[in-house]
Design a binder for this molecule. Structure first.
Ligand code: EPZ
Length: 420
């Protein structure tokens, strides 16, 4: 077990340049897509994070071969020796559900453990299952596993009751090999979904978008290999932009797609920070000492991302006034609040809302990470808390951030990873 020890100060100003890694939530479906072909899928700009290790283990357990390359992975799944994704792996990472669609589409059978709930609320997969049933899969739930079977999936028209990122991704992959045409309506529009469709088309799929949340997939008999660069991580980008604003710093974040973080940039500017392009694929953020309170409501892309809610909350603890955050995506995504209160924040949760009163000076303490983005929020708070903050259970952080302490140290933060 490890922990992060941060020596913070209210006047700490992060300065310098930092480069973002590839997007965790783009590389996970891309790796799952390798199950759709027997040919090589080469992915570059792959972040070295725990969730990637987990899904590569899953692909290897299923019978695929995974080789590390200079900045990514080479995958090849000519056949499978198992069609089961174990509870142990699915429990470790809910996104393991992404093998369900590809396995049943190519091999006619998939047995995937039901993902447990997690620190950010119940995480049903009813929309994944309903979509696969529409494509002709027979689905049974037994002993905590989903068993999906189909001779060959058949195209259908599917309307998602609500926008689901991995649900859309699972159905894009399944429909790619279905017989006939599939129309998916009310698709999630996250950049990671769009990027998966780009990869699938490189593999020979026939996906187009009649409108921005409707996908048309004309099924093909088989898919081939492809090489693909993973898009930058927009949540890591948002996290570092907030770090610059929070510390009154002046940093340049490189290797980004500015339009993928438009809603976060808008809110940072509204709070008083300066955020502007700094050349190709780079953004400059300059913080202000007078942070203005903001009301934030999370919503599906291109709205304000739920994955940035915890991080932005930390900035709002330093705003001169009261902010109201409304979390509309997950039913319990405030586990970071109690820990921020331990650092001195004044936050009250009322149902799906968090009322943040600022400006509150933060003081260092030992805090516990509960989920990936909550962990990032605690690290950010440690930067501006007076004294030493220790963040424990940082395995959550390592699931989705590559070398975060090195990146922050490179900007002037005093942060060390030590044995817990
Ligand atoms: C993806 O999770 C991301 N994970 C999450 O990022 C992100 O928070 C989430 O999308 C929302 O943007 C990956 O891409 C690997 P959803 P996902 O299906 O697909 C409900 C992070 O920190 N729903 O879009 O699991 C669900 O309960 C992680 O990187 C159903 O009701 O989320 C939620 O309320 C955390 N039935 C809403 O839809 C279903 O079948 C959105 O969930 C599926 C979802």
């Amino acid at each position: 077990m490890e922990k992060l020890v941060i020596k913070g100060a209210p006047g700490l100003r992060l300065r310098g340049e930092v480069r973002m890694s590839g997007a965790k939530n783009a590389v996970l479906p891309a790796i799952a897509a390798s199950l759709l072909t027997g040919e090589e899928v080469r992915l570059s700009n792959v972040p070295r994070v725990k969730d990637v290790e987990t899904i590569l283990t899953l692909i290897a357990d299923l019978g695929g071969s995974c080789k590390n390359t200079a900045d990514g992975v080479s995958l090849r799944v000519p056949k499978i020796r198992s069609d089961e994704a174990s509870y142990e792996l699915v429990r470790a990472m809910r996104a393991s559900i992404l093998v369900l669609g590809p396995l049943v589409a190519r091999f006619g059978k998939a047995v995937v453990a039901l993902p447990g709930g997690c620190a950010i609320g119940s995480r049903p997969i009813d929309l994944h299952i309903a979509g696969l049933q529409k494509l002709g899969a027979t689905i049974s739930l037994e002993h905590g596993y989903i068993r999906a079977e189909a001779d060959r999936l058949r195209g259908a028209e599917i309307v998602f009751e609500k926008k689901t990122v991995t649900g859309t991704e699972n159905l894009l992959m399944a429909a790619a090999l279905a017989k006939g045409e599939t129309i998916l309506r009310n698709c999630a529009r996250e950049p990671e979904v769009a990027d998966l469709a780009v990869l699938l088309n490189k593999m020979g799929a026939r996906i187009d978008w009649p409108d921005e949340d409707t996908a048309r997939i004309r099924g093909v008999k088989e898919l081939g290999g492809a090489a693909h660069a993973i898009i930058p991580d927009r949540i890591e980008t948002g996290t570092f932009l907030v770090a610059g604003a929070l510390t009154g710093g002046d940093i340049i974040v490189r290797g980004v797609v500015p339009e993928h973080v438009g809603s976060v940039i808008d809110k940072l500017r509204a709070s008083g920070a300066y955020v502007e392009p700094a050349g190709e694929g780079a953004l400059r953020v300059v913080g202000t000492s007078e942070v203005r309170p903001q009301d934030i409501t999370t919503s599906p892309y291109p709205g304000f991302p739920t994955d940035m809610q915890a991080q932005f909350m930390v900035l709002l603890t330093q705003a001169a006034g009261t902010s109201i955050i409304t979390e509309t995506i997950f039913d319990r995504r405030y586990s970071h609040v109690n820990e921020l209160v331990r650092l001195g924040a004044s936050i009250e949760v009322q149902g799906d809302k968090a009322v943040v009163k600022g400006k509150t000076p933060l003081s260092g303490a030992e805090v516990v990470a509960t989920d990936l983005r909550a962990s990032a929020a605690l690290v950010l708070a440690g930067l501006v808390a007076t004294g030493e903050t220790t963040v424990t259970e940082i395995e959550h952080l390592d699931r989705g951030y590559e070398r975060i302490e090195e990146k922050l140290r490179g900007l002037g933060a005093s942060i060390e990873r030590v044995k817990a």
